[in-house]
Design a protein around this ligand. Structure first.
Ligand code: ATR
Length: 483
């Protein structure tokens, strides 16, 4: 079930938000503590779907300032008026918990807004001892692997026959909210767009329509984009609607990790099917793989991992993606191409294009890397400011310069832009480089086109099926209005 917490300032606002939330959510949580003079009866009667009555005190992330007696009394009132569930913090103590027991489905909760502590099992045990109906533990994720610990906790509670809500808060806890059914959780929390009530909540339209969280289950196979940052990734928009359409039990997530090695070891517990790998991990990831495809090995970078029998196998679809994106607009034969950058993405693009009948020059900031790559591919090379004297038909930016949040940057001065200009950055969808190229009348190829093309190849690798390219493109372009 998906629950939307309602944090309103007035009773009228609460009623109107409940009506809005009930259009998509299975239930709502009435946060009594955010309402000035709550007219409990009026609000509960207006709700058509089950309500959780909650009156959070300050140290558990709430706003209630009255006495403890008054706090519990208001929850009791909501229950008497028909709230099916009540949420009381473990720290409220036995007396408060016992007052509500038997009158409703009782959730006893524990929140930690600083971290996901080591002693999760101890907290679980203490809540279980209260004899509540549902155990809730919500802690802040400081690292994506905290979600895996939460997953194991939920699994333990399930194996003991307990209903549980186990989630990680914060941006790094997003996956625990999406995967609540895989975790075996009783419900997850979402929010109305722009009305987040806890850090990391995902708006209901994304939760249901894109991630389809309520349709996932214990068998769902995990796919996702690993990067740092990964928060700007749009792959999940492109892939999830395809899984829905084809009836595939997969989900594509954003997997932002600070520690790639630890992440890859831990995520195996979630039974992943594969990953996209993005900046800055395309080269580093190679040392953690169990196998690598010949082309990816030659390129020296991996942007796709397929998990086969628990083994991580690396591939690279960046080069083919870039080539196909170019071919949609122009040919490659006899073209002079400038590749800007010598990182993971640049290696893949330059390698793939070097197999075509075109001439490549690599320009990059760090000379040693540039020389090494150019020598390997047998092409010309230079520094970034050599663009002044380099003739080209197609310029491809493969650096991270101009990527959100540093959107005001550009790798190449406007005065040097001509003919065809391509940027592999897709966040923002029109980078400063592309905008300036358009202003100069150049033909442009954007990063979304490459994202789509490399994603088409990834889909083939992960699912061994022919990708519905039209739907992938439509979903990706639709995401631009989904900000
Ligand atoms: P990816 O895996 O996405 O290719 P990467 O391997 O970290 O990411 O490569 C990033 C590229 O952007 C590199 O070519 C890098 O240049 P260096 O080789 O000199 O490090 C380039 N880059 C990043 N920041 C840059 C900046 N401020 N100016 C110029 N180039 C930059």
């Amino acid at each position: 079930m998906i629950c939307i917490p309602i944090a309103a300032k007035t009773s009228e606002e609460a009623i109107s938000l409940i009506k809005e939330a009930e259009k998509k959510a299975d239930m709502t949580e009435l946060r009594i503590d955010t309402i000035k003079k709550p007219e409990i009866r009026k609000i509960i009667i207006a709700a058509k779907k089950p309500v959780i009555a909650t009156n959070r005190k300050k140290d558990e992330g709430g706003f209630f300032t009255g006495t403890e007696e008054e706090r519990i009394r208001l929850i009791e009132e909501a229950v008497n008026e028909g709230a099916k569930y009540a949420d009381v913090e473990l720290s409220s103590g036995k007396e408060a918990i016992n007052r509500l027991k038997g009158k409703c489905k009782l959730i006893v909760s524990h929140h930690n807004f600083k971290e996901t502590p080591k002693e999760l099992n101890e907290i679980l045990k203490r809540i279980n001892e209260t004899g509540c109906d549902i155990i809730k533990i919500a802690t802040l994720a400081n690292d994506i692997t905290d979600n895996i610990r939460m997953f194991e906790l939920a699994r333990k509670a399930n194996s003991e026959g307990k209903k549980v809500i186990a989630l990680c808060m914060g941006e790094k806890g997003e996956i625990s909210r999406i995967l609540y059914k895989k975790f075996g959780c009783f419900l997850t929390y979402s929010c109305l767009p722009g009305k987040e009530t806890a850090p990391g909540q995902i708006p209901i339209n994304l939760m249901k329509d894109v991630y389809r969280a309520d349709k996932l289950n214990a068998q769902t196979k995990i796919l996702g984009t690993i990067g740092n940052p990964a928060r700007y990734s749009r792959s999940f928009y492109m892939f999830n609607p395809v899984y829905e359409k084809l009836g595939l039990n997969y989900v594509h997530l954003k997997l932002e990790s600070d520690n790639l090695k630890e992440f890859l070891a831990e995520i195996k517990k979630l039974d992943p099917a594969g990953f996209s790998v993005t900046t800055p991990y395309k080269e580093e990831v190679i040392k953690y793989l169990d196998g690598i495809d010949e082309t990816a090995k030659e390129i020296g970078a991996v942007n796709t991992i397929v998990v086969r029998n628990g083994k991580l196998i690396g591939y690279n679809t960046d080069g083919t993606g870039a080539k196909n994106a170019i071919m949609e607009k122009t040919g490659l034969e006899n073209k002079r191409i400038v590749v800007i950058g010598a990182g993971g993405a640049a290696k893949a693009v330059a390698y793939t294009l070097s197999k075509e009948k075109c001439r490549i020059t690599i320009l990059n900031r760090t000379a040693a890397k540039t020389k090494e790559l150019a020598k390997k591919l047998g092409c010309e090379y230079g520094r970034l400011d050599d663009i002044e004297k380099t003739r080209y038909d197609i310029l491809i930016n493969c650096t991270t310069v101009g990527m959100s949040p540093k959107e005001s940057k550009t790798p190449i001065d406007k005065k040097h832009l001509r003919n065809t200009v391509m940027d592999i950055i897709y966040e923002p969808p029109v980078t400063r480089l592309l905008r300036e190229a358009e202003e100069k009348g150049c033909q442009t190829i954007d990063g979304l086109s490459m994202l789509l093309q490399q994603g088409i190849e990834q889909f083939r690798l992960w699912t061994c099926r022919e990708p519905p390219t039209g739907l992938m493109k439509e979903s990706l372009w639709k995401s631009l209005s989904n900000q």
